[in-house]
Design a binder for this molecule. Structure first.
Ligand SMILES: Cc1ncc(COP(=O)(O)O)c(C=O)c1O
Length: 509
């Protein structure tokens, strides 16, 4: 049976008088309305009048037009769309967690505090850094927290450093974060192998010289607060000179921030603290399999060296252990410590997104240390399997060995007038979510593929097969790709107009 292909907005379905709720009659005297007139508005006028049936059918129909992680492979590079194990949902829904109040006294929520403390311990072990906060609610929020820790550290030493160095292969949030925190961003160029260049680089298109890391350090010296490095970078390449970079920065009193949103390529195999990183964030909603589609709740814990710990957001969780006699088992109690005079303050209400923390802890416990390492290795093997299968079919600008993701481009297909966008749209018709496109910016027409460890060989083979068929179609029948998609409920949209002139609010005609 065909799906309905036109769906009105819920506001357009509104019929005055329809109602979808049934509240019990008020059996106490109505409260006096003491709201000042200027704060009053009749919000209900703007809400649609629809029945429960209308609402359920409307949203169910819309959900069937959608493609989600539970429908098939979702190889969105940089986003790490891995399977969300259902056991995570089960634990996060336990009433002891969902019904606890964030303002409860410490003594009443010992289990919750123990869980947060334990996850922090696991993250310390994985990162090789001695302090962690779970407060930030996303990767970018973690970045801002981390950069503000760096600033607090420099200010505590009476230094006003103004520059943060960021490679052109870094994630887009990195320069945005540094600028938001009040720093001047200076770009580090990449070498032809896709890693940070120590030497100056000549831009092939403009002929201009771009200063490399060594030159910038020599010129800017103690104006540099630190560097912010996505590692592995957005090409999926490990910055193999990271320890050297850290040593040089430390030599001028600067710090190294690592964007650890790609930690799914490192967990269990390499610890940033061991290669000189001072502060970093992790994306629990990527690496630790918690749902993050559609801007859902995230969590971007920050890990740092001891010298930055005093500035962490407050409160911090403290574990106290009872002294016991020989042969007795020690017991622990937990409390929130608000007495942190040097703290940078708060970055999120209460202690972060607790439900995501529960899911991540479940993921860690259900995998164990060995399982986490196995997941990392499998994610790398999967990405390299796809790389091997599609090399030659799609062009690979940087052929340095990659870890968890791989960035092809459309330069073979553009010869026939077919672009990355056409390829992505056609892939929808083969039943796959497209990869990330046109990012990272240092690859023209990028197709960034990240299968994660969740995908089986069979699913990856089906994806590879679809990509090969599309490449053949691009060669033999380019127009087919220009028209794509023709079989989905919604065809190709005018994305430029949607981005430039978005209509974000419904108004009555
Ligand atoms: C490398 C990298 N850094 C930072 C971020 C930002 O994380 P968030 O979207 O949670 O703010 C992402 C997001 O996918 C990322 O891939």
């Amino acid at each position: 049976m065909a799906l309905r292909t036109r769906e009105s907005l819920i506001f357009e379905s509104s019929v005055p008088g329809k109602i979808g709720m049934d509240l019990p009659h008020l059996d106490v005297p109505a409260a006096k309305d003491t709201r000042p007139a200027h704060l009053k508005r009749n919000a209900f006028e703007a809400l649609p009048s629809v029945s429960e049936v209308d609402v359920i059918r409307h949203f169910t129909r819309l959900s069937k037009w959608n493609f989600g992680l539970d429908d098939g492979m979702y190889p969105l590079g940089s986003c790490t769309m891995k399977h969300n194990p259902r056991i995570n949902e089960k634990t996060a829904a336990l009433p002891g967690f969902t019904e606890s109040h964030p303002m409860a006294q410490d003594i009443h929520v010992q289990g919750n505090l123990a869980l947060m403390f334990t996850l922090q311990e696991w993250l310390k072990e994985m990162t090789g850094l001695p302090a962690v906060t779970l407060h930030p609610s996303a990767g970018a929020a973690g970045e801002l927290t981390g950069v503000m820790l760096m600033r607090a550290y420099h200010l505590s030493k009476g230094a006003h450093r103004r520059v943060i160095l960021i490679p052109d292969s870094g994630h887009g949030t990195n320069p945005a974060t540094a600028a938001m925190a009040g720093y001047d961003v200076v770009e580090l160029p990449s070498r032809e192998d896709g890693t940070i260049s120590f030497e100056d680089v000549t831009d092939p298109s403009t002929g201009k010289i771009r200063k490399g890391f060594a030159t910038l350090v020599a010129e800017l010296g103690n104006e540099i607060a630190g560097a912010m490095i996505t590692n592995p970078n957005t090409l999926g390449i490990f910055e193999y000179r990271i320890k050297e970079i850290a040593d040089i920065l430390h030599g001028i009193g600067a710090l190294l921030y690592m964007d650890g949103a790609n930690m799914n390529a490192l967990v269990g195999t390499a610890r940033p603290g061991d290669f000189g990183v001072d502060v970093m964030h992790l994306n629990l909603h990527k690496t630790f399999s918690t749902p993050h589609g559609g801007g859902g709740p995230g969590s971007g814990p920050v890990a740092c060296i001891a010298a930055l710990e005093p500035f962490l957001p407050r409160p911090v969780i403290v574990r106290e252990t009872t002294k016991v006699g020989e042969g007795e088992v020690a017991t622990h109690s937990y409390r929130l410590d608000w007495d942190r005079p040097e703290s940078m303050g708060k970055v999120h209400a209460f202690f972060g997104n607790f439900g995501i923390v529960v899911r991540a802890m479940t993921y860690c416990l259900s995998h164990g240390g060995d399982g986490l390492k196995a997941a990392t290795l499998r994610a790398i093997v999967n990405a390299n399997y796809i790389r091997k299968q599609l090399t030659g079919v799609f062009h690979l600008e940087y052929d340095t060995p990659t870890l968890h993701e791989i960035v092809f481009d459309d330069s073979i297909q553009t010869k026939k007038g077919v672009s990355t966008l056409d390829i992505a749209k056609r892939l929808l018709e083969y039943g796959f979510h497209p990869p990330t496109i046109y990012f990272p910016l240092i690859v023209h027409g990028a197709l960034m593929i990240e299968p994660t460890e969740s995908e089986s060989k069979e699913e990856m083979d089906a994806f590879v097969d679809a990509m090969k068929k599309i490449a053949k179609e691009a060669d033999e029948n380019p127009d087919l790709l220009h028209q794509a998609p023709t079989t989905t409920v919604v065809r190709r949209l005018d994305e430029t107009t949607a981005a430039r002139k978005p209509i974000l609010r419904w108004t009555k005609a």
